[in-house]
Design a protein around this ligand. Structure first.
Ligand code: 5GP
Length: 203
């Protein structure tokens, strides 16, 4: 549908604060809904199946890949797989809501290439800050934190692949910036849906 609202993709390295900024976005801009991804990684304390992720077994994930249920999926540094279910995006659009995805970089590039009108926002943070956040979270094994930090360093150089970049050095400021991008893009898509398809503005 040409007048469909954009799908927003928030991407960036692990530890950049994507989740926090998305929560802030949901509080500030009405009508936003976060698509729940599927993963094979184990639940962290406090997480709930169907809220943070759909936590699937390896077999179930493989079955759904074969059934074509994923828009995209990736194996992550941990060896666990993460993927975006097409059904989540359809459900959110059918409810008349605006869909936000939180994805690592490869998934974000795939969605940017395959979903017309998708809007990508790269969240950046300084490496020492990323490292501190990952260690504070301390949910991964030390080896895996090292891998995530290495990955984060190389990912920070790929910001140019995406439409927008927001530096998360101050959560309030960064949340306001993400909300402004979303509101602006929504306003643009609404005004282009109203624009006549052909003809001149003045005779
Ligand atoms: P975490 O294990 O910290 O929840 O997530 C690890 C990484 O996977 C994060 O960078 C997160 O954005 C990414 N991720 C979460 N869901 C998906 C998904 O559906 N597809 C892709 N490509 N990445 C995802």
């Amino acid at each position: 549908m040409p007048s469909a609202r954009p799908v927003f993709v928030v991407t960036g390295p692990s530890g950049a604060g994507k989740g926090t900024l998305i929560k802030g976005l949901v509080e500030r801009v009405p009508g936003i809904e976060i698509a729940v991804s599927a993963t094979t990684r184990p639940l962290r304390p406090g997480e709930v199946d169907g809220r943070e992720y759909w936590f699937l077994t390896d077999e179930e994930f493989t079955r759904r890949v074969a059934a074509g249920e994923f828009l995209e999926w990736v194996p992550y540094v941990s060896g666990h797989r993460y993927g975006t279910l097409r059904s989540e995006i359809d459900r959110i659009a059918e409810d008349g809501k605006v869909c936000v995805l939180e994805l690592e970089l490869r998934g974000a590039v795939t969605v940017q290439d395959e979903v017309p009108g998708s809007v990508t926002i790269f969240i950046a943070a300084d490496v020492p800050e990323l490292e501190r956040r990952l260690r504070d979270r301390a949910t991964e094994s030390t080896g895996e934190i090292g891998e995530r930090i290495e990955l984060a360093r190389s990912q920070l150089e790929q910001a140019h692949l995406f439409r927008y970049m927001v530096r998360n050095d101050d959560v309030e400021r960064a949340t306001a910036a993400v909300a402004a991008i979303v509101e602006c893009e929504l306003a643009m898509s609404e005004s282009s849906a109203l624009r006549p398809r052909s003809g001149r503005l003045s005779g």
